[in-house]
Design a protein around this ligand. Structure first.
Ligand SMILES: Nc1ncnc2c1ncn2[C@@H]1O[C@H](COP(=O)(O)OP(=O)(O)OP(=O)(O)O)[C@@H](O)[C@H]1O
Ligand SMILES: [Mg+2]
Length: 657
């Protein structure tokens, strides 16, 4: 400052200082305003720690009044354990190493609570004197938010990992950036493997397209989407059916960043649905077969009566005329045709309800072996190989029907192998358990299986679905009736068994028949008599059909029997009561309008417990027929019968031959 001033100079100097002071005050005010407006604690102290400034927030935090604070030393405020490091920092600062420092401390307040603080310290100079300016921030709120955030994150993770659905987040390129455990399980990868993988690596081309389309859609509309019914390919190559939801993910600037959603594994549900559908189909099929069976059975029954009439009359004529007669050949042809026609009705009765007549214990090994041998002899181009179960269980069955069923299958196999091939026939004892029956709706237990495999042309899926349908055939018109397997199906069904088929086009077919096991096999020898045997004695012939009566009577008379005719159940009982000493045998029809055969049987048995009865029917409910057989009826003959068959049966019963 000069030693003296001129007046103007002095005035100017005064003005200048005034101005400078005003400016300074303004700065100080500005600093104060700033400091007071600050929510953080702002204070500064000299290098000795004497507090020279503290803002309102500081007072509130420390609990000092302003005067108390301005007389205090920073040591009074700072806990002891921070003092040493603080002094250390000051020393370094003085040495000019650091100007600024940021650190965290925990401050224990008057109530003993530890408060986390962030301290920003900076060395400033006021009129050349160094001060330490501190800006102290209470971190409690931050810490709490941070804790909450990490808790939330953990909770979110736990929830995601506990849900069964897969959760995914992919970026815009379709790479997985985040997912839960379930997604890893569905895709068959570990979490590390799956992160960064594109969704495309887990789908085939077609499904990939489907998903891409859905992603694009969501990207364009900003909405959400669902992709139902698609397949993922797992790491091991296996496939799972899934459905997924897709939503757009945006970053904090509201710019699309990727997609997220859930992936649900619906494989089990789909399988269950499919099984249910299959079961429904099977049920419907069974119902259809039942309806057709009832109808066909009825027709076959009436038809058999007509055939019976033709057969009988032809038989009688053939007995009368000389084989050298020119008409003898015609009669023979008629007889052959009737034989064929009755073969057809036998097929129909096979799948019709009630086509089961003579039930006895059968050794399937013996039966299968015999039919296979017979068949093999007739079709030499086929190589038959058999493998039979030792000690096979026996079954209760109608032998001729099982024979017919097997023959139908053999014939199909032969037709499937036009240039020869192998036919494998295997038998086995099998136990069917609960699991299996759920699929096929059958009774669990012991079964005897007959498995017949050919190396023929096989079947496609559509053919396989329909093989057991009546009248389904792939053969040329006139070559097949399509009744073969329908009758097999019916026969096996009527024996409480079941049948299934495995086949692939070009690879052959396997038919597996299962019949309920009965017990150990008893030896039973069968006698076959094939010629006409004349007889003596009196027969009571019972039938309600005039056609059958006429022909039956004629045949019996030709054979040499005396015949008494009863046109119904009641008449039969009356006639038997009157003539029981005369009557040697009763030929009894099953179905009659007044009294059914079963009841007639019971009533005449009451009159004579040793009465000999031959049951005859063109069609009968198996329960009734086998019921009478079990009660001790002596034999059964199926209409249409000819002279040979009838005479053999009568001879067998009357003379035990
Ligand atoms: N072993 C087999 N291999 C290939 N296809 C078969 C076999 N068995 C049956 N099929 C198919 O199933 C169809 C139905 O057989 P089914 O025995 O019921 O009637 P069909 O043989 O055509 O006529 P029919 O038995 O009256 O002569 C056959 O036309 C054939 O297409
Ligand atoms: Mg056939």
């Amino acid at each position: 400052m000069p030693e003296y001033f001129s007046n103007e100079e002095f005035q100017a100097e005064v003005e200048k200082r005034k101005h400078a002071e005003a400016e300074l005050r303004e700065y100080v005010d500005k600093f104060n305003d700033l400091a007071e407006a600050c929510a953080d604690v702002v204070l500064y102290h000299d290098l000795q720690g004497n507090i020279a400034f503290i803002n309102e927030a500081g007072l509130k935090f420390t609990g000092f009044t302003r005067n108390e604070a301005l007389r205090a030393n920073i040591i009074d405020v700072i806990p002891e354990k921070y003092l040493l490091p603080m002094l250390e920092r000051q020393k370094r600062r003085k040495a000019g190493y650091e100007k600024r420092n940021v650190y965290e401390i925990a401050y224990v307040n008057k109530n003993g609570a530890s408060i986390p603080l962030e301290v920003n310290s900076i060395m400033v100079k006021d009129k050349g004197v160094p001060y330490i300016l501190l800006v102290v921030r209470d971190l409690r709120l931050y810490k709490q938010k941070e804790r909450e955030l990490s808790e939330n994150r953990e909770k979110f993770q736990n929830i995601l990992n506990s849900i069964e659905d897969g959760y995914y987040e992919v970026d815009l390129k379709g790479r997985i950036v985040f997912c839960n455990e379930s997604l890893c399980r569905i895709l068959g990868y570990s979490k590390d493997e799956v992160t960064g993988k594109s969704y495309r690596e887990s789908v085939d081309e077609e499904n990939g397209k489907k998903l891409l389309e859905a992603f694009n859609n969501v990207f364009k509309t900003g909405g959400t989407s669902k992709v139902l019914d698609w397949e993922v390919i797992r790491k091991d190559g296996s496939k799972r059916f899934v459905e997924a939801s897709i939503a757009l993910v945006k970053d904090p600037e509201n710019v699309p960043a990727g997609f997220r959603g859930l992936v649900r594994d619906i494989t089990e549900r789909k399988q269950a649905e499919e099984e249910h559908k299959k079961f429904e189909l099977q049920m419907r099929h069974a119902q259809k077969m039942e309806a057709i069976g009832t109808l066909a059975g009825g027709i076959a029954h009436d038809f058999n009566n007509i055939l019976m009439n033709i057969q009988g009359n032809v038989s009688i004529m053939m007995m009368e005329i000389d084989p050298a007669d020119p008409f003898y050949e015609n009669l023979k042809k008629i007889e052959d045709s009737v034989e064929k026609a009755s073969g057809l009705t036998r097929q129909i009765l096979g799948f019709a309800r009630g086509g089961k007549y003579v039930i006895k214990e059968i050794d399937l090994n013996e039966l299968v072996g015999r039919t296979a041998q017979l068949f093999g002899r007739a079709r030499k181009e086929i190589n038959i190989q058999t493998k039979f179960q030792d000690n096979a269980w026996s079954v209760k069955a109608d032998q001729s029907q099982i024979e017919q069923a097997l023959l139908n299958i053999y014939l199909n196999a032969w037709q499937a192998m036009p240039s020869g091939g192998n036919l494998y026939i295997v038998t086995g004892n099998v136990l069917i358990d609960e699991n299996y029956i759920k699929k096929f709706a059958i009774t669990p237990g012991r079964y005897v299986m007959i498995s017949i495999t050919d190396t023929g042309v096989g079947m496609d899926e559509a053919t396989k679905q329909r093989v057991f349908d009546p009248f389904f055939t792939t053969r040329e018109i006139g070559r097949g009736t399509g009744l073969g397997l329908a009758s097999v199906y019916g026969i096996i069904k009527n024996h409480d068994g079941f049948i299934n088929v495995y086949s692939e086009k070009g690879k052959g077919s396997t038919f597996n028949i299962y019949l309920p096991a009965f017990g150990k096999v008893k030896e039973e020898k069968k006698k076959e008599t094939e010629s006409r045997i004349p007889g003596t004695g009196t027969i009571l012939f019972v039938d309600d059909e005039q056609m059958i009566i006429d022909v039956g009577q004629a045949i019996l008379k030709k054979l040499g029997y005396n015949v008494i005719i009863a046109k119904g159940g009641q008449e039969a009982v009356d006639l038997y009561t009157k003539n029981r000493d005369k009557i040697d045998l009763v030929v009894l029809d099953m179905i009659m309008p007044d009294i059914p055969g079963s009841e007639v049987f019971d009533r005449i048995r009451e009159l004579n417990p040793t009465v000999k009865v031959l049951l005859s029917s063109g069609y009968a409910l198996d329960v009734q027929t086998s019921g009478i057989m079990e009660k001790g009826c002596n034999g059964f003959i199926q209409k249409p019968f000819n002279v040979k068959k009838l005479s053999a049966k009568l001879n067998e019963i009357l003379h035990g031959q």
